[in-house]
Design a protein around this ligand. Structure first.
Ligand code: AHR
Length: 324
């Protein structure tokens, strides 16, 4: 029998979202019919609208009614805190661990500890770089490189004259920041676009605003194009652009990724020019994979959830039914 509730006091910031019957199958290699599965979920934090939608989707899917006892931790975008949360889940002897890894590197040791404790790990949203892929059972995520490539292809089609671009990057070392940058370069290859500057805004509105203020001070109205790795940073940049006396969407065209409601509204209003979707509604698929993994069934190593993209007209059409 694994250690269950004895270690809960150690948890600190961890919140018990749905306390199921932890004394029975919850912590002891559950998976049989009727068992409650205790699952620790190490979320990145709450940096963006996308993250809020993803957290909601996960909590909904890992509900008590669906047979889960979810232990939720949000690490405030700090990898040490996220690794500590995973260790705490291991100490509690959960049935499975789900991680949305903040960065791609630095996971080998703790994933090995989970493996040694016999606790399967499923990655959601972002993935990791590890020496041994068997350290996690499955990854349910998005094709970030393709998202960047779609954004880059739009820029190539839109800008046929010499163009100056600035980039608001996501969290340094995260899969979406790395892959979207690579994808954008591929999609825009051959376009007359010069990158004046590229800095991280950490996927937050505040970060996007501050970094864009710096870009505007340095490059003024020579900026024609902003590529923001997510909607929130683009939304933060809107304030900076307006405060500088420029019109977003016209003086500076803006392409972002996510397609959360606020971003879609900015697109419909003509402040953004193009958005590539990143679908946050992964909970149901992740819960299905977790159940199978705990039951010892074979699962796909990688499941990629499809994304689409939006022009202002398409955003106007999609907004009334947008779920997030
Ligand atoms: O990993 C997905 C990214 O993380 C989203 O694009 C961003 O908004 C979030 O913070």
């Amino acid at each position: 029998m694994k250690k269950i509730l004895a270690s809960i006091a150690l948890l600190g910031a961890v919140t018990l979202v749905a306390a199921g019957c932890a004394g029975n199958a919850g912590g002891g290699g559950g998976g049989g019919e009727g068992d409650v599965l205790t699952v620790g979920f190490a979320q990145t934090g709450s940096e963006s609208g996308w993250r809020a939608a993803n957290t909601e989707s996960m909590k909904e899917a890992f509900s008590e009614e669906n047979g889960f006892n979810l232990i939720f931790n949000a690490a405030d975008n700090k990898q040490e805190a996220q690794i500590a949360a995973v260790r705490s889940f291991i100490n509690q002897g959960v049935d499975a661990i789900v991680i949305a890894p903040i960065t791609v590197d630095g996971w080998d040791d703790v994933l090995k500890e989970a493996k040694d404790a016999g606790i399967p790990v499923v990655l959601e949203d972002r993935t990791v770089n590890v020496d041994d892929d068997s350290l996690y059972a499955s990854w349910v995520g998005l094709d970030f490189e393709k998202e960047g490539e779609t954004a880059g292809a739009w820029a190539k089609e839109t800008f046929t004259e010499p163009t100056n671009m600035v980039v608001l990057e996501g969290t340094t070392g995260s899969a979406p920041a790395l892959d979207r940058a690579t994808g954008f370069a591929t999609g825009s290859e051959g376009a007359p676009i010069t990158t004046l500057d590229s800095q991280t805004g950490d996927f937050t509105r505040d970060g996007g605003k501050k970094v864009m203020e710096g870009f505007l001070q340095k490059y003024g109205d020579s900026i024609n194009l902003l590529f923001a790795h997510n909607d929130d940073m683009g939304l933060g940049a809107l304030d900076a652009i307006t405060a500088a006396g420029l019109t977003p969407g016209t003086d500076i065209q803006i392409v972002t990724i996510d397609a959360v409601r606020d971003g879609m509204q900015a697109l419909a209003d003509g402040q953004f020019n193009f958005i590539v979707e990143c679908n946050p509604l992964l909970g149901e698929k992740v819960a299905e994979v977790v159940k199978k993994v705990v039951a010892g069934e074979t699962v796909e190593k990688t499941t990629i959830v499809e994304d689409q993209s939006f022009t202002p007209e398409q955003a106007k059409e999609a907004l009334p039914d947008r779920k997030y």
